[in-house]
Write a protein that binds this ligand. Structure first.
Ligand SMILES: C[S@@+](CC[C@H](N)C(=O)[O-])C[C@H]1O[C@@H](n2cnc3c(N)ncnc32)[C@H](O)[C@@H]1O
Length: 296
């Protein structure tokens, strides 16, 4: 999934759920924590499970490691990290949205995972001690913020020499729909415009190796996947669902009127209901790299 971009400070908007629940800490995740957005974030952990398994295997996560997930959302991959690091390891989750932090805590408590803690913080400046993790992982945060390099720099600061950084990000370069449909095309173009206006790079997936390289990492690897969700699979409509969640912003920025959005959404969903329609929502990139040991 792409998630939804964090609005640059001078463009910040809040939905009604945010107004009810948010603290004063900026910047806010654009869509906040509406029930639909929370549910979508929780279920995407299952939907992207195979990608994450592959990424953690590429890294070779070991029992006993200390792992950090930045921007973990209400669930993220905390439970998957715990499975890999085992009872002798430890996992920390961090998110800027206090409601997501509370939900992630509830999630790990419900699963009975003792060696996980979830804290509130900004992935660009966590205030966690430098060189304190064997693995720093992040999914679908770099695509959603205007300054991804700052998060990558913080990841590098936090990982121990010899430790690993792992990222999973979307790339909107292949939002395929075949046969094409004008409503789906218009909506994907709207999504691209929203990201552009927020200063977020919807094509960031392909830039991951470059970002890790520029940050000074070594042993960099990359893998890209293009999922083709079958009829009735939740990811088939992920682009439309994200746009639904962003509807207030679409209207506020006058990209579409509410009536236009509703009509386009209905038309596009009806096209996607046709089992003969083939969808690739976006590309998924996984990249990993290691912080070099200090030279003698
Ligand atoms: C698209 S969601 C992805 C959540 C989770 N990584 C996953 O893949 O399920 C993006 C998350 O980033 C969080 N976020 C946005 N900006 C952040 C920042 N500066 N620092 C920490 N978390 C941030 C949001 O609150 C949200 O939970």
């Amino acid at each position: 999934m792409l998630g939804t971009p964090v609005t640059a400070p001078n463009q910040r908007t809040r939905d009604s759920a945010d107004r009810d629940t948010a603290t004063a800490a900026p910047p806010l995740y654009t869509i906040g924590s509406s029930a639909a957005e929370r549910d979508r974030l929780r279920s995407q952990t299952d939907e992207l499970h195979e990608h994450t398994v592959a990424l953690l295997e590429h890294v070779g996560v070991q029992p006993g490691w200390k792992a950090l997930e930045l921007a973990c959302g209400p669930r993220g991959v905390l439970e998957m990290l715990v499975q890999h690091v085992g009872p002798s390891g430890a996992v920390t989750g961090l998110d800027i949205n206090p409601l997501h932090v509370t939900q992630a805590r509830q999630h790990v408590t419900a699963l009975g995972l003792p060696n996980v803690s979830v804290i509130q913080g900004d992935a660009r400046r966590t205030a966690l001690p430098a060189a304190s993790f064997d693995l720093v992982y992040a999914r679908l945060i770099l695509v959603n913020i205007p300054d991804p390099e700052r998060v990558v720099a913080e990841m590098v600061r936090l990982v121990k020499p010899g430790g690993w950084i792992a990222c999973e990000e979307a790339d909107g370069g292949a939002m395929l729909c075949h046969p094409p449909h004008p409503a789906y095309t218009r909506l994907t173009n709207t999504l691209k415009a929203l990201y552009r206006r927020d200063g977020a790079d919807i094509f960031i997936g392909r830039r991951l190796p470059e970002l890790l390289d520029t940050a000074g990492l070594v042993d960099i690897g990359v893998e890209a996947r293009a999922d083709v969700p079958p009829p009735d699979h939740p990811r088939r409509t992920v682009i439309l669902d994200i746009l639904q969640a962003m509807s207030p912003k679409i209207i506020e920025q006058r990209l579409l009127s509410a009536a236009e959005h509703d009509q386009l959404d209905r038309n596009a969903r009806s096209h996607l209901d046709d089992p003969h329609t083939m969808i690739v929502p976006h590309l998924s990139f996984m990249a990993w790299g290691r912080k070099a040991h200090q030279s003698a």
